[in-house]
Design a protein around this ligand. Structure first.
Ligand SMILES: Nc1ncnc2c1ncn2[C@@H]1O[C@H](COP(=O)(O)OP(=O)(O)O)[C@@H](O)[C@H]1O
Ligand SMILES: [Mg+2]
Length: 635
C-alpha cells in the first residue's frame, strides 16, 4: 500500500563546523538563521519543538514576532522542497510548533554507511548473528557480480545495456542487485535510480516503478534531474509533484498539454539520454513480473534506441511467473534477445560451497560440523531465503548457540534435516507460530495493507496505532519478518513508522493465514481508513482503494474507485491499464445489480445514477480501446 505515500526523501546532513546543511547530495542555500532553525529541529528530530523553544534558541538575542519564525520555516521548506500540506521533513503541529520527520544522515559520511545491510549508525546493535544479515554477506555470486560489472563497463562506453536477473522467489535476485549497487554507489559519477513493482496492484498502476525511480532520483540528485525532466519530459515531471514547487507545477502542466502516448514515451527516452550524457545512469526495476504493461513498453523503447547512452537498466523478475501469467514481459524479452538488445542472467541455486561461505560470513567464529552446509543445501534446494530462514529457526530454537564467542550446533547434524520443515511456507508458519498473539494480529492487518505499510494501519483492526508501531518495531529490531523503512505520513497528517516485509513471500504467507471472513473485514476497514487518510486526494490511490473495497465487498466504492483509476490511467495515456480498470468496473456493476436483492450492504444507486456511471465507464473503455488500436493492440 501507500504507493503514493512518500518514498523515502533524501536524508538531511548537518555539517556544523561549516554551517552547511545537505539534502542528499544537494547543499542547501540557507541564511545563518534558517540554518540554525534546521539544526535545532534536526537535533530534536521526531519530537515536538515549540515555537517558544525555537524563538528562545535561535532568536535569543532579539525579540521577534511569530511572523519571523513563520518566514524562516517557509524559507526552509522552500530550500528542502517540502510543503506544509504534505510534509516530508517539517510537519506543523497545529498551534504548537513543528516536528522534524525526515531521514537524517550521520554527521560525516563514513565508509561503513556504504556497506549495505549493516545497521545505520545509532541504531541499536543486534546481538551477533541473530538478525538476518543483509546483502553484504552475499555468498557464491562472484561470476554474476563480474557479469554485472562487465555490463557496467560497456554502459560506461556508451553502449546501453539491459540486463534481467531472473529466478524463483528467494533465490537471491534482490540481494545480488543490492550487493552490486553497494559496490558502485561510492562512485560519485554514477546515478542510481530504483523502482519497485508491487504485487497487489502493480499491473493496474501505469509506470509505477518508473515513476518511483524518477521521484527518488529527483529527490536524491536534485536540481539537475528536475532541470532535465523539465526540459525534456514535462509530462513526466507533472506526475511527480513532490519534485516541484506549486507555482512550477502550473507551468509544467501547461507545457505538458496535448501529450500523446508516443510523445510521453519519447520524452522519457530523451530525458534518459540527456541524463546519461552527463553521468552514467543505473536504472533498477525490481520484480517486473508484477509490472504494468506501460513500463514494459518503455523498457523495450529504452533497449531499442540506437543512440549511444551511458545507461545500464537492471530488471529482476520471476521467470516462472512471467511464463505462467503470459505477462507481456515474456514476449518483449524474447524479441529483444533475438536482436541482442538484452541479456538474461538466470540465477542458480546456492551451491554447497556457497552455503558454507554464507555460514562462515554470518558466523565468523564457529565449530559447526563440516556436513552442515551440505545438509542445509539439500534441505532447502539452495534457495537463499530458505537457507537463511532455516538458520534463523535453528537459532530461535536454541539448536545453534554461541558458547564463549563461538557458534556451535547443539544437535547431531543428521537430525537437522529430519527436524526442519520441507517447504519454505512451512518454515514461515513455524516462524509465525513463535510470535505473540499481538504480533500475529498486527502482521495480519499488515499483510492486508501490503508489502510496505504505515504502522498506523493497525487502526483498521482496532489496534491502537502506537501499539501497532511498537509491535512492528520489536519485530524489525529482531530482524523477524519486517524491516523498518522510515516514516510514513498520510495527507491527513497521521505520521507513523513505515515498515516492509523482509520478503514478499512473508506477506503472502501471512495473508494466507487470515481466515476469509476476517480478511473481508480487514480489507474493508483498511480501504476506509486509507480513504479517510487521503481525503480529497483519495483519487491518487484509486487503484489501491478499489482493490480493498473489492475484497471488502463494498461494490459501490469498488466501482467508484475503479472508475477513477481508469481516469488516472487515461490521463497517463496508459490505455491498456485504463481499459482493464473500466472493464473491471463494468463487471462489478453487472454483478452488483444482479446481486442487489440479496446484497447485505450498500445501496443500489438510483437508476439514472447507475446508467450515468455505466455510460461514463463505457466511454472510458471506448476511448482506451480506440487509442490502443493505434498502438497495435491485440483487440
Ligand atoms: N548469495 C547469497 N548469499 C547469502 N544470502 C543471500 C544470498 N542471496 C540471497 N540471500 C538472502 O536470502 C534472502 C532472499 O533473497 P532475495 O534477494 O530477497 O531473493 P529474491 O529477490 O530472489 O526473491 C535474503 O534474506 C537475502 O539476504
Ligand atoms: Mg526480490
Amino acid at each position: 500500500m501507500s504507493r503514493r505515500g512518500p518514498a523515502e526523501p533524501p536524508a538531511i546532513r548537518i555539517e556544523a563546523e561549516n554551517e552547511w546543511a545537505w539534502c542528499g547530495e544537494r547543499r542547501l542555500e540557507l541564511t545563518p538563521r534558517v540554518f540554525a532553525v534546521l539544526r535545532h529541529l534536526v537535533e530534536h528530530a521526531h519530537r515536538l519543538v515549540t515555537k517558544d523553544d525555537l524563538l528562545a534558541t535561535v532568536w535569543r538575542d532579539t525579540i521577534v514576532s511569530d511572523a519571523a519564525l513563520a518566514s524562516s520555516i517557509r524559507d526552509l521548506r522552500r530550500a528542502l522542497r517540502d510543503s506544509a500540506g504534505s510534509p516530508r521533513y517539517i510537519a506543523t503541529v497545529h498551534r504548537r510548533g513543528f516536528r522534524f520527520i525526515g531521514p537524517i544522515a550521520p554527521p560525516a559520511p563514513s565508509l561503513s554507511s556504504h556497506v549495505a545491510g549493516l545497521p545505520a549508525a545509532g541504531a541499536a546493535m543486534p546481538p551477533s548473528a541473530i538478525v538476518s544479515p543483509g546483502p553484504v554477506t552475499l555468498a557464491g555470486r562472484e561470476a554474476e557480480i563480474a557479469r554485472l560489472h562487465a555490463a557496467l563497463d560497456r554502459a560506461t562506453n556508451g553502449q546501453r545495456q539491459l540486463v534481467f536477473v531472473t529466478g524463483e522467489p528467494g533465490i537471491g535476485k534482490t540481494a545480488l542487485v543490492e550487493a552490486f549497487l553497494s559496490r558502485i554507489s561510492g562512485d560519485r559519477a554514477i546515478r542510481i535510480a530504483r523502482g519497485q513493482c508491487v504485487e497487489q496492484y502493480g499491473a493496474g498502476e501505469a509506470y509505477l516503478p518508473v515513476l518511483e525511480a524518477l521521484g527518488r532520483l529527483g529527490r536524491a540528485s536534485g536540481d539537475r534531474v528536475v532541470h532535465v525532466l523539465r526540459q525534456f519530459a514535462p509530462t513526466w515531471l507533472m506526475q511527480l509533484p513532490s519534485l516541484l514547487m506549486d507555482e512550477d507545477l502550473e507551468a509544467v502542466q501547461r507545457r505538458a498539454q496535448g501529450a500523446t502516448r508516443d510523445r510521453m514515451l519519447r520524452e522519457l527516452l530523451d530525458a534518459f539520454d540527456a541524463l546519461s550524457a552527463d553521468e552514467l545512469l543505473v536504472l533498477v526495476l525490481e520484480d517486473l513480473h508484477w509490472s504494468d504493461s506501460s513500463t514494459i513498453d518503455l523498457l523495450a523503447g529504452l533497449a531499442r534506441r540506437r543512440e549511444a547512452a551511458r545507461l545500464l537498466v537492471l530488471g529482476t523478475y520471476r521467470s516462472a511467473d512471467v511464463a505462467a501469467t503470459l505477462h507481456p514481459l515474456g514476449s518483449m524479452k524474447q524479441e529483444l534477445s533475438i536482436h541482442g538488445q538484452c541479456e538474461e542472467m538466470p540465477l542458480e541455486f546456492l551451491s554447497v560451497p556457497a552455503v558454507r561461505e554464507y555460514l562462515s560470513v554470518r558466523f565468523p567464529r564457529h565449530r559447526f560440523p563440516p556436513e552442515l552446509a551440505l545438509v542445509l543445501q539439500r534441505n532447502t534446494g539452495g534457495n537463499a531465503l530458505f537457507v537463511v530462514a532455516t538458520v534463523d529457526d535453528l537459532i530461535a530454537r536454541g539448536r545453534m548457540c554461541e558458547v564463549d564467542g563461538t557458534w556451535e550446533l547443539s544437535m547431531p547434524v543428521k537430525d537437522v534435516a529430519a527436524d526442519a520443515p520441507e517447504t519454505l511456507a512451512q518454515m514461515v508458519e513455524r516462524q509465525v507460530a513463535r510470535l505473540t498473539m499481538d504480533e500475529q494480529a498486527m502482521l495480519a492487518v499488515a499483510s492486508v495493507a501490503g508489502v510496505e505499510f504505515s504502522a498506523a494501519i493497525a487502526a483498521a483492526d482496532g489496534i491502537d496505532p502506537r501499539d501497532g508501531e511498537r509491535r512492528c518495531d520489536a519485530l524489525a529490531r529482531r530482524g523477524q519478518l519486517l524491516r523498518a523503512a522510515g516514516l510514513a505520513e498520510w495527507p491527513d497528517g497521521t505520521v507513523a513508522g513505515r515498515y516492509a516485509f523482509i520478503h514478499a513471500l512473508y506477506r503472502r504467507a501471512l495473508y494466507a493465514r487470515v481466515p476469509i471472513t476476517r480478511r473481508i473485514g480487514l480489507h474493508l476497514r483498511t480501504g476506509a481508513r486509507l480513504e479517510r487518510a487521503y481525503g480529497p486526494r483519495a483519487g491518487e490511490i484509486a487503484g489501491e482503494l478499489a482493490i480493498h473495497f473489492e475484497h471488502g465487498r463494498d461494490l459501490e466504492r469498488a466501482v467508484q474507485y475503479r472508475g477513477r483509476a481508469a481516469e488516472n490511467a487515461l490521463r497517463q495515456h496508459a490505455y491498456r491499464e485504463a481499459a482493464d480498470h473500466a472493464r473491471r468496473a463494468l463487471d462489478l456493476l453487472g454483478s452488483w445489480s444482479r446481486s442487489s436483492g440479496s446484497r447485505p450492504s450498500g445501496r443500489l444507486p438510483e437508476a439514472p445514477e447507475r446508467v450515468h456511471q455505466e455510460l461514463t465507464l463505457m466511454v472510458a473503455l471506448g476511448t482506451a480501446l480506440t487509442a490502443m488500436k493505434g498502438y497495435s493492440a491485440p483487440e
